[in-house]
Design a protein around this ligand. Structure first.
Ligand code: ADP
Length: 387
């Protein structure tokens, strides 16, 4: 395989030094070098900026000018190849200046010999390459962060613009409902109820969007307090039972537990698991909710008797935007965000959420929440009491 030679530009006003360097490079057997030569500051700078080489070597002495100024000038014009400065005897002081001006290395001419030259050139090229790669990566990271931030800002704006008219719509639907109930018009009352339910669905979708941007932006915040786990479950079951006549929601067990956490968010998880069961097992007539506790955790499970979830997709359903492929249930409304958000809420409460399912035999979603989790203030009190 033919390897392209490494092209080195030498800016050096002494032709003898050029010839010497050429001889040294020719002696290097395990690499091929091509030496280009310019003998003045001005022609050197012009050639550097053409950038048709891999590295520049500059002599410190360049007539009335010097290699440090040339390095500075080239860098200020955006020259990005490695630069090695060649210094004469008694010019020891300039090494640091050279590096500060933007040179990558320096070498005293009297130390020059083939092996050292080869090593310095190779290292300078490789170091520069790595530096460019790092810079590129950083640039990409900054660009993708900015893009993500803009996207999140855009979604926040869309969510706000959608929520405002929906809030008014919900108010009107409730007003209609009241008016027609009073007037005894059952048919329109039913329509107003449906309207309200559809608005709730839309609100739910929009809130999911809002949550996912909050999760991704690290801004999902919790308002934590102590709450009764059993009362929360009971309340949600009562509310959801009102929305379906076909499926009966059965509750088993009690925990009598008081949990430290965000009641609204834990309620959101329970509601999501139950509405999924209702949505994905529409032909069935019962859904079981079991709650229990042991010394460390409370556990809740929601069991349905619908189509279940194929084994290979059981972990993926917790990914954002993932919906199970190839079933007629794909028509059920949803964006594939609910379980992702639920898992994040439970994870942040130091619990666990998982599913067990056999295709055709329904699905059971479980979550646990720790009993001993406390608010930061009472943890500090405990710590103080122990001291
Ligand atoms: P979606 O808004 O689509 O319901 P989720 O994140 O809540 O989003 O659920 C992800 C996917 O997991 C659903 O699209 C569905 O395919 C599947 N899934 C969730 N719950 C059940 C269930 N009880 N039975 C069958 N499939 C389910």
């Amino acid at each position: 395989m033919k390897i392209d030679p490494t092209r080195i530009l030498l800016v050096e006003d002494d032709e003898e030094d050029y010839i010497l360097l050429q001889k040294m490079l020719a002696k290097i057997s395990n690499a091929q070098y091509e030496l280009l030569w310019e003998n003045s500051y001005a022609s050197g700078l012009a050639r550097m900026l053409e950038s048709e080489h891999d590295l520049t070597m500059l002599d410190y002495r360049l007539g009335a000018q010097n290699g440090i100024n040339l390095t500075k000038d080239a860098r200020s014009y955006g020259y990005s190849r490695p630069i090695i400065l060649l210094t004469g005897a008694n010019e020891g002081e300039i090494d640091i200046q050279a590096l500060q001006a933007g040179a990558d290395d320096y070498i005293a001419k009297e130390q020059l010999q083939s092996a050292l030259l080869h090593r310095i050139i190779r290292y300078a090229i490789q170091r520069k390459k790595a530096e460019h790669e790092r810079e590129n990566l950083l640039r990409q990271q900054i660009a993708s962060k900015e893009l993500e931030q803009r996207r999140n800002e855009f979604i926040s704006m869309v969510v706000h613009e959608l929520k405002t008219p929906l809030t008014s719509l919900k108010g009107y639907a409730q007003l209609l409902h009241r008016k027609f109930t009073l007037a005894g018009d059952e048919q329109v009352t039913r329509l107003a109820t449906r309207m309200d339910m559809q608005i709730n669905k839309l609100n739910g979708l929009i809130s999911d969007f809002q949550d996912i941007t909050r999760i991704e932006g690290g801004k999902l915040q919790f308002q934590e307090d102590y709450f009764s786990f059993d009362a929360l479950v009971e309340e949600i079951l009562e509310d959801l039972q009102l929305t379906t006549q076909q499926q009966k929601l059965f509750k088993e067990g009690e925990t009598h537990a008081t949990i430290w956490g965000d009641q609204g968010r834990i309620g959101q998880v329970i509601t999501n698991l139950l509405t999924n069961a209702m949505k994905y097992a529409p032909e069935t007539d019962r859904i079981l909710v079991k709650i229990s506790s042991d010394a460390d955790n409370v556990m809740l499970c929601v069991q349905d008797f619908g189509p279940g979830i194929p084994k290979e997709q059981q972990t993926m359903i917790f990914d954002p935007f993932y919906r199970v492929e190839g079933t007629e249930l794909r028509n059920a409304p949803g964006l594939g965000l609910g379980l992702y958000i639920a898992a994040e809420i439970i994870r942040r409460h130091e619990g666990a959420l998982w599913v067990e399912s056999e295709e055709g035999k329904g699905a059971t979603f479980y979550f646990t929440l720790p009993l001993k989790r406390k608010n930061a203030a009472s943890q500090q009190e405990d710590a103080a009491a122990k001291m």
